[in-house]
Design a protein around this ligand. Structure first.
Ligand code: C2E
Ligand code: CA
Ligand code: CA
Ligand code: CA
Length: 280
């Protein structure tokens, strides 16, 4: 038994080493990608029910690899978030998003009173002591109305350090920056926490949307999330909407804002501008 145990540990350690060296390889490639300007933001439209008018978008990170083509974040986001590169990359993402907003406003492709671009914020990026300064710096650098920028945070960020979270959110909120809770329902934040947060929008996670028309549990969870949002006076958006049936179910439950392949996949800035120009 002891021998087996040792083997088990040895095997585990070996597997960890493989994973660790692979991480290091990805990390050093990512550093090069960052300094060689291979990171991109793509934009996925967010629409209102009925008119299907584009009211905003979510900025999503991509890696334009010279040999392997366009790589989505699932292949590298964990490595990025666990390396110190997340701080520089996070600042770049914020600056690029603000630059994009500024261009859309200059070319009058969006309405400054209604359009909002959401940016995903990783927990370590949020915890950085100068996070508030970084966000405000990016907004000032590109001279955009603060209300045009929204930050997506996860429940994980909230429960890690509730007081620091609330302080930072309130400070940014005072300047007009909006917040949404991403992947809502997949984390562990309690309602008493949520109630204390200056959050404008809950995003219904795509894992609940996927089977909402076939799975009674998921349908119930969506009803519960919608009830929570309404009692906390928060707006709602459903992500990962792929079918008309999902759309109709969600709308019947009281959700009016949508994001998903049914409307558009994430697209590059050029294509996003075309979508806006053609009236959304
Ligand atoms: P997320 O924030 O939950 O983003 C939603 C994901 O769902 C995106 O994947 C999007 O492309 C995908 N999606 C959109 N519509 C549909 C649909 O109808 N069906 C399906 N099956 N999927 C859909 P993506 O772009 O691969 O991003 C994955 C995750 O990587 C994101 O999940 C987010 O957690 C992270 N991420 C992306 N960009 C950034 C970033 O700039 N910073 C940080 N910190 N994380 C990012
Ligand atoms: Ca998100
Ligand atoms: Ca999400
Ligand atoms: Ca997700």
């Amino acid at each position: 038994v002891k021998e087996d145990g040792r083997d088990g540990i040895a095997f585990f350690e070996q597997a960890m080493q493989v994973a660790a060296s692979e991480r290091l390889a990805i990390e050093s490639e990512l550093r090069k990608a960052f300094s060689d300007n291979q990171l991109r933001l793509h934009y996925q439209p967010q629409v209102v029910y009925g008119s299907q008018k584009i009211l905003g978008a979510e900025a999503l990170l991509r890696w334009q690899h010279p040999e392997r083509g366009l790589i989505g974040p699932s292949a590298f986001i964990d490595v990025l978030e666990q390396s110190s590169l997340i701080f520089d990359a996070g600042r770049w993402i914020l600056a690029r998003a603000c630059e994009c907003i500024a261009g859309l406003l200059t070319d009058q492709l969006v309405n400054p009173d209604t359009f909002c671009l959401s940016v995903n914020i990783s927990p370590r990026q949020f915890r950085h002591p100068n996070f508030v300064g970084d966000v405000l710096g990016a907004i000032r650098q590109h001279a955009i109305p603060t209300r045009c920028l929204s930050l997506e945070i996860t429940e994980g960020i909230v429960i890690e350090n509730i007081n620091d979270t609330i302080d930072k959110m309130n400070e940014l909120r005072q300047h007009g920056v909006h917040f949404s809770i991403d992947d809502f329902g997949t984390g562990y934040s309690s309602l008493s926490y949520l109630k204390r947060l200056p959050v404008d929008l809950l995003k219904i996670d795509q894992s609940f949307v996927r089977d909402c028309t076939g799975n009674a549990n998921d349908a119930e969870i969506i009803r519960a999330i919608i009830a929570i949002a309404s009692s906390l006076h928060m707006d709602l958006i459903a992500e990962g909407v792929e079918t008309r049936d999902q759309l109709n179910f969600l709308h019947a439950q009281g959700c009016d804002q949508f994001q998903g392949y049914l409307f558009s996949p994430p697209v590059d800035e050029h294509r996003f501008r075309e979508l806006l120009a053609s009236g959304g």
